[in-house]
Design a protein around this ligand. Structure first.
Ligand code: L3W
Ligand code: SF4
Length: 441
């Protein structure tokens, strides 16, 4: 059984409210942290080995230590709650059921970073959650855990919730900052990183919801104890939102030592694939990461079992491996058509491209058009090579990672499932009425 740090109290009735959260030991980590110096807390976070839970896996302690501290310039903490990655819904779960865990994590983080005004930028479609967060903020304020002179320490902190307008690109940290400033959410060129020039050109740390929630158990049990959970550079626990062809979709907390096979088939997690169907492939880290066929999903290129952690999922690099990403775990059974699936994703990225970079703006549109043609049985063999060529021209040539995120799923689908693309070209009539999976199994 996986150790639970974030979701251990999620089942308790009323845990959304301050009184219940406090009874369960809530805000004791904040009380402990506020007696420490910011430098001591930063050291705990570094020792914990916590890596950013939004997708990039960048070490949180290192990001915090990059925060510039020019004299007289305010600094900010911004929580990225713009969770829009297809297949990813773990932050929604945290905010909906455990809002005080996020608020407590923000209080500790704001104190450490010296942010007196911190923000939660939340996906517009999560329309019911800002009320939950704002109620929790009011409760925390009434109990003296936010506002002026918190617990008599002299530290002041306000938290504001800002609703997004429904654009996926605003989950990219610099687009988010532009949007928070009231402008169109266009990504900025990096460097400068937000840690140096962020919100209103002030030093800013942007962290994912789950990363900030994880600060609470780190302070609670110490960074060293947190680092003992998991394996290698995949320390602590990770939330996984599981969906697709599985018996038990939902949000699971894992300790990153379990195998992919155990995660898919054990009753503690996904509970296997419905109707005894075979596993075809999986996208383990949200739609942006490469799709992996079953044979490579259950073992690494070295024949070792594949584990649910940053290193093992990436084993073999982009050619054979994939990424932990945001932990949006999408399972495809044998009936699914990879071409159709890739086309759907291409449509998404084309729609969400902000249009600043030519390779992304034009390339995502072309990829969608060609995939649509192939999927409908109207493609030619050369179209598969053209598709490959377009994705190569996008990757690495854009301002922000949306370009890469659009290119990787296409590259991986062609690399691993070229026979399906060819089937659509060779079987135009069947392609109109059937999908590859249903026609071939
Ligand atoms: C200061 C330096 N800061 C790096 C910071 C940087 C950022 C973090 C990671 O994209 C990925 C993307 C999606 N000084 C720094 C520095 N930083 N060097 O570290 O930066 P980076 O550029 O590696 O990634 P990113 O721009 O944060 C995130 C992928 O995640 N993804 C997307 C998921 C989407 C969601 C969602 O909807 N919620 O999670 C999934 O895989 O494709 O590759 O903070 O400033 N020298
Ligand atoms: Fe916009 Fe795409 Fe360029 Fe990102 S890669 S800045 S989404 S055009």
């Amino acid at each position: 059984m996986s150790k639970k740090l974030l979701l251990k109290d999620a089942h308790i009735e009323g845990i959304r409210y301050f009184e219940t959260y406090r009874k369960q030991g809530g805000y004791t980590a904040a009380e402990k942290a506020l007696k420490m110096t910011p430098e001591e807390i930063l050291e705990e976070v570094k020792v914990s080995g916590l890596r950013g839970r939004g997708g990039a896996g960048f070490p949180t302690g290192m990001k915090w230590s990059f925060l510039a501290k020019p004299e007289g310039v305010p600094r900010h903490l911004v929580v990225n709650a713009d969770e829009s990655e297809p297949g990813t819904f773990k932050d929604r779960y945290l905010m909906e059921f455990l809002p005080h865990l996020l608020i407590e994590g923000m209080l500790i983080s704001s104190y450490t970073l010296g942010s007196n005004v911190s923000y939660i930028y939340i996906r517009g479609e999560y329309s019911w959650i800002p009320d939950i967060l704002e109620e929790a903020i009011e409760e925390a304020k009434a109990a003296g855990f936010l506002g002026k002179n918190i617990l008599g320490t002299g530290f002041d902190c306000e938290i504001y919730v800002q609703r997004g307008g429904g654009a996926y690109i605003c989950g990219e940290e610099t687009a988010l900052l532009e949007s928070l400033e009231g402008k169109r959410g266009n990504p900025r060129l990096k460097p400068p990183f937000p840690a140096v020039k962020g919100l209103w050109e002030r030093p800013t740390v942007v962290n994912n919801v789950e990363s900030i929630a994880a600060i609470v158990p780190i302070i609670d049990i110490t960074g060293a104890e947190y680092a003992k959970i998991g394996v290698g550079r995949s320390t602590g626990t990770k939330l996984i939102s599981a969906c697709g062809n599985i018996n038990k979709p939902g949000v699971y907390e894992i300790d990153m030592t379990i195998t992919v096979e155990e995660f898919i088939y054990s009753d503690e997690y996904c509970g296997g694939i419905p109707n005894g169907k075979k596993l075809k492939a999986c996208i383990p880290g949200g739609s942006s990461v490469p799709i992996v066929p079953a044979n490579l999903l259950l073992k690494t290129v070295n024949g070792e079992p594949r584990y649910m952690n940053y290193e093992s999922l990436a084993d073999g690099g982009f050619a054979t491996g994939t990424m932990m990403g945001s932990g949006g775990f999408i399972v495809l059974d044998e009936d699914q058509c990879v071409v159709e699936h890739t086309m759907t994703l291409a449509r998404f990225y084309h729609h969400e491209s902000c249009g600043q970079c030519t390779p992304c703006r034009e390339g995502t549109g072309w990829m969608h058009k060609i995939l649509k043609k192939i999927e409908k049985g109207e493609g030619k063999m050369e179209d598969i090579d053209l598709l490959w060529d377009i994705q190569r021209k996008i990757e690495g040539n854009t301002i922000c990672p949306l370009g890469d995120a659009a290119a990787w799923p296409v590259a991986a689908a062609i690399r691993h499932f070229r026979d399906e693309f060819e089937w659509h070209v060779k079987n135009p009539e069947l392609s109109q009425t059937q999908n590859y999976g249903l026609a071939n199994y």
